[in-house]
Design a protein around this ligand. Structure first.
Ligand code: PCA
Length: 330
């Protein structure tokens, strides 16, 4: 206990702590990290990243400066993981579900109706996290934190009362699983990342897609499509990854600052995702969009799609996938 120790020892401890924070040592080099992200600056994930970067700046006494590059301005969404792995970026934010072809476990949170509420999504994350950490460590990366998007619904031109209403529509996919949904309902999938979504709607390349109220609002979808069916189908997660070598090159107090700010960002991110979900839906309404509850038929049709996809995913993911789903269902 500090109070019981001699004054000199106390003074030395205080001095060491100050030096460790870099407050007294001007000779300490400043480290700069680039953080590519795929979503616009005003998106809640991106705002959270900026606050994380500010927290690290403060806690490291200015020793680690992280620049957030929003809206896929530095790397396109599907390239960010490789950029962090290869050290072109020291840290980056990815959508885990984008990487299901590499390893199905990454995309467990992209399966329709496996985990379809915030509580379920948190539960799924808990069982998925140790697997993610292990795989990412093998790939030379660290999982810093992960935050769920709000629940996914269907944007469309007209009311969607059953899956049959989606036949032949030009469907925007952001991941292999959203493309697979299109195939299963007979829509035509086109992969378009969020940064290019507004343009794809404006040019008529796509006329329907599944995503959150957040992305509908971010991309001004209400200017092109008038219906959002609130299917609450799944809550995919973003994850912030750090290049392990870049992390190891930091001094211990700075490493601790990154980990602490990351843990805080995770808690803050889930809370803001949940709180903003309703705000986004209100904003969609205010901007002229009709929010539909799914009909019983659509629910049944989508449930069938989900069952098929879970089966396909389990076939691909093998025993590891089965163990994950069993642990989740326990
Ligand atoms: N928005 C992202 C991914 C999930 C979401 O809600 C997108 O549509 O690209």
């Amino acid at each position: 206990m500090l109070t019981r120790r001699p004054l000199l020892a106390q003074a030395l401890t205080a001095l060491a702590a100050t030096a460790a924070l870099g407050l007294t040592s001007v000779a300490q080099a400043q480290t700069k990290w680039d953080l590519p992200a795929a979503y616009p600056a005003t998106n809640f994930h991106t705002e959270n990243l900026v606050q994380f970067a500010n927290d690290v700046d403060k806690a490291s006494g200015g020793k680690l400066k992280i620049t957030v590059h929003a809206n896929a301005s530095l790397f396109k969404a599907p390239e960010i993981k490789r950029a962090v792995q290869g050290g072109q970026a020291q840290i980056g934010e990815i959508l885990l579900a984008n990487f299901s072809n590499e390893w199905p476990i990454y995309a467990a949170d992209g399966l329709p109706f496996l985990a379809d509420s915030y509580d379920e999504a948190a539960k799924l994350y808990k069982v998925q996290k140790p697997l993610l950490e292990k795989k990412l460590a093998e790939q030379g990366m660290l999982l810093l934190y992960s935050v769920a998007w709000p629940p996914q619904g269907i944007y469309a031109k007209k009311a969607i009362n059953s899956a049959a209403d989606l036949k032949g529509v030009k469907w925007r996919a952001y991941s292999p699983s959203t493309a697979r949904i299109a195939e299963l309902v007979g829509a035509q999938p086109v992969t378009v990342q969020a940064a290019e979504l507004s343009q794809a709607m404006a040019t008529g390349v796509i006329e329907s897609y599944m995503s959150s109220g957040a992305t509908g609002y971010d991309t001004k979808t209400y200017e092109h499509l008038k219906i959002w069916v609130d299917t609450q189908a799944w809550l995919p997660k973003n994850a912030v990854l750090v290049n392990k070598a870049a992390f190891d090159a930091l001094d211990k107090p700075t490493q601790a600052a990154v980990l602490k700010a990351g843990a805080d960002a995770e808690v803050r991110g889930w809370a803001s995702s949940k709180a903003k979900n309703n705000e986004y839906i209100d904003l969609l309404k205010k901007n002229g969009m009709t929010i539909q509850a799914p009909t019983a038929q659509l629910k049944a049709d989508m449930k069938k799609v989900g069952d098929t996809m879970l089966k396909e995913w389990l076939d691909k993911a093998g025993p590891e996938g089965k163990a994950l789903v069993d642990a989740f269902n326990k």
